[in-house]
Design a binder for this molecule. Structure first.
Ligand code: AMP
Ligand code: MG
Length: 482
C-alpha cells in the first residue's frame, strides 16, 4: 500500500475546527517533482509513487489508503485586520505516522474548492507551487524549521490569475497546520471548553514536555514564544523575508509556513520588501521580529480567559510572557551572529562588532549572503572591500577578536562555514528554474535543488549559483496571487 499510515487526531477536535471535504479530481494529473528523500523518511515508497499512481494521489484524483480529507477552519489578522478564513484551497488527507514514530500532516494545496473558498477557485498555479517546493526545501537544508514539500503534480487544467496559467497541486508536509489564527477562531466562536480542547491538543502534539503543566495555556504561550523567537532569529540570520506574516500564517509548531511572496534578500537593507501588495512595508525584513511579537500578542489575547479567571491577572501574565519575546529573540540572534562570525566565546563588545559590520554592509550595498560566506573563506573577500577603509577597519577589529580566542583557528573557521550558507535560493535562479519548468524542462530546477540541498558546501565549484542577480534585485517583486 506504498507505506501510507494515516491517522486523524486533528479530526477528533470539536466540529468547529474542520469540515470534511474531498479533493476535486483534475483532468490530466502529471507528476512534476517528487521528493524521494522526504518520501523515504515518511515511510512511503517513492518508487510506487513515481508513476501514474503518484500522479493520481498527488493531484487529488485518488485518495491514499486511510485518508479522511478535511479542510481546517481558522481566522486570522491579515495586514492587521481580523477575518474569518479557513483552508480555501488546501485539504488535509491525514497525519502520516513515520517509521520513526513521528506525526506529519499530509496536505494537498490547490486541491479544489472547500466551504472556506469564498470567491477563490480553490486552485493553485504551477509556478508558485514549485516556488514553495524550492524555497521550503532550501530552508530545511539550511536547518530552519519549516513545512516541507513532498510533490508537485500538474493538473492539466488552467487557472486564471490575470492570465491563464498551468494549474498544480503541492503536497505539503507539516508538523501540523495549527496556526495563531486557529486560536483566534476558537476565541471568536468557541466556548472555554472548546478553547481548552485546542490548547490541550496543541500541547500534546507539539509541546508534550509541557502537557502536564498546572496552567496549560500559560505553558503553551511560553513555549510558542520561545520557538518563534528562535525561528525569527534564524530567518533574520539567513536574510529570509517571509512577506506575509499574517497571524493565519504563523504555526504553533514553530515551523515556517505558507510560502507566498517570500524571498531571500540580496543587498543588505532592513527595509527590504518583495511583496507587491505590501506597500507600507509592514512585513519588511527588518520588521519581522516586531511583527512576530504583534502576532504572538494576538495569540495571548485569544488565550486570556484560560490564563486566569481574573482578567487583570490574565493580562499581567500575558504581558509578562510577551515581554520575554524580545529578550529571547535577541539572545538567539546574538548567538547566531557570533556563530556566523566564528566567535566561540562571548565578549561584551560583540554586539557592537556585529552592528558595525551590518552598518557597513548597508552603506556599501553589500550582498548579505556573500559577505558572510566570504568571512568563511578569506580568498573570497573581494579586492574592492580590502581597499575600503570602513571594511578594513572592521576586518582588523574582527581579526583581533578572533585572535583573542583560546580555540584553534580551524574551529572558528568550521563554525563560520557551518553557519554561513554558500547557496541560497536567489531570486533570479528560482525564476529561471520556474521558467524552464513551465516549458516542461525540469533540468534547471533539479540542478538548483541539488545545489540548495547542501547550502554549506563551500567547496562546491558553482560560481553561477553564488552570484547575485546582475542588476541586483531591488526591483524584484513577488505576487500574492499564488
Ligand atoms: P494565504 O495568503 O495564502 O495565506 O491565504 C489566505 C487565505 O486565502 C486562506 O484562507 C486561503 O485558503 C485562501 N485562499 C488563497 N488562495 C485561494 C484560492 N485560490 N481559492 C480559495 N481560497 C484561497
Ligand atoms: Mg495562509
Amino acid at each position: 500500500m506504498a507505506g501510507w499510515r494515516l491517522e486523524h487526531s486533528y479530526a477528533r477536535l470539536p466540529r468547529m475546527f474542520h469540515t470534511a471535504v474531498a479533493p476535486t479530481p483534475v483532468r490530466a494529473p502529471r507528476l512534476v517533482v517528487l521528493n524521494r528523500p522526504l518520501a523515504k523518511s515518511l515511510g512511503v515508497e517513492a518508487d510506487t509513487l513515481a508513476g501514474a499512481d503518484g500522479a493520481a494521489i498527488f493531484a487529488g484524483n485518488r485518495l491514499p489508503p486511510g485518508a479522511a480529507p478535511l479542510a481546517q477552519a481558522y481566522a486570522g489578522h491579515q495586514y492587521g485586520n481580523f477575518t474569518k478564513l479557513g483552508d480555501g484551497r488546501a485539504i488535509l488527507l491525514g497525519e502520516q505516522i513515520t517509521p520513526a514514530g513521528e506525526r506529519f500532516d499530509i496536505q494537498l494545496k490547490g486541491a479544489g474548492p472547500t466551504p472556506f473558498s469564498r470567491r477563490g477557485d480553490g486552485r493553485a498555479a504551477l509556478g508558485p507551487m514549485l516556488r514553495e517546493y524550492i524555497i521550503s526545501e532550501a530552508m530545511h537544508a539550511m536547518g530552519i524549521p519549516t513545512t516541507r514539500s513532498l510533490a508537485v503534480a500538474a493538473t492539466g487544467e488552467e487557472v486564471w490569475r490575470q492570465e491563464p496559467l498551468p494549474g498544480a497541486v503541492l503536497t505539503r508536509v507539516a508538523a501540523s497546520h495549527i496556526r495563531v489564527g486557529t486560536f483566534e477562531w476558537a476565541a471568536a466562536a468557541g466556548d472555554e471548553a472548546t478553547q481548552r480542547a485546542l490548547v490541550d491538543y496543541t500541547l500534546r502534539r507539539h509541546y508534550p514536555e509541557l502537557a502536564a503543566h498546572e496552567n496549560p495555556s500559560h505553558a503553551l504561550l511560553h513555549g510558542v514564544i520561545e520557538r518563534q523567537a528562535a525561528l525569527l532569529a534564524k530567518w533574520m540570520l539567513a536574510g529570509f523575508v517571509h512577506g506575509v506574516m499574517n497571524t493565519d500564517n504563523m504555526a504553533l509548531s514553530g515551523e515556517t509556513i505558507d510560502y507566498g511572496p517570500c524571498a531571500f534578500m540580496d543587498v543588505y537593507d532592513p527595509a527590504t520588501v518583495f511583496s507587491s501588495i505590501d506597500q507600507h512595508g509592514r512585513y519588511a525584513y527588518g520588521n519581522q521580529p516586531v511583527i512576530a511579537q504583534w502576532n504572538l500578542t494576538r495569540l495571548a489575547e485569544s488565550l486570556l480567559p484560560l490564563l486566569h479567571l481574573e482578567e487583570n491577572h490574565a493580562i499581567a501574565m500575558a504581558e509578562e510572557a510577551l515581554q520575554g519575546f524580545a529578550d529571547r529573540y535577541e539572545a538567539h540572534w546574538l548567538s547566531g551572529m557570533r556563530r556566523k562570525l566564528g566567535l566561540l566565546t562571548e565578549e561584551p563588545g560583540d554586539a557592537a562588532l556585529i552592528k558595525t559590520l551590518l552598518e557597513w554592509m548597508q552603506k556599501s550595498k553589500a550582498d548579505f549572503t556573500n559577505t558572510f560566506a566570504s568571512l568563511s573563506n578569506e580568498a573570497r573577500i573581494e579586492d574592492a572591500w580590502r581597499n575600503d577603509t570602513g571594511f578594513s577597519l572592521w576586518h582588523e577589529q574582527w581579526q583581533a577578536r578572533l585572535g583573542s580566542q583560546p580555540h584553534p583557528s580551524a574551529e572558528s573557521a568550521e563554525l563560520r562555514r557551518a553557519n554561513n550558507p554558500a547557496f541560497i535560493p536567489r531570486n533570479h535562479l528560482v525564476e529561471a528554474a520556474l521558467a524552464a519548468a513551465q516549458q516542461e524542462d525540469m533540468g534547471v530546477m533539479e540542478r538548483l535543488l541539488e545545489v540548495l540541498a547542501a547550502p554549506y558546501n563551500h567547496s562546491r565549484p558553482a560560481p553561477e549559483f553564488r552570484l547575485p542577480a546582475l542588476a541586483g534585485d531591488t526591483c524584484y517583486q513577488t505576487f500574492c496571487g499564488t
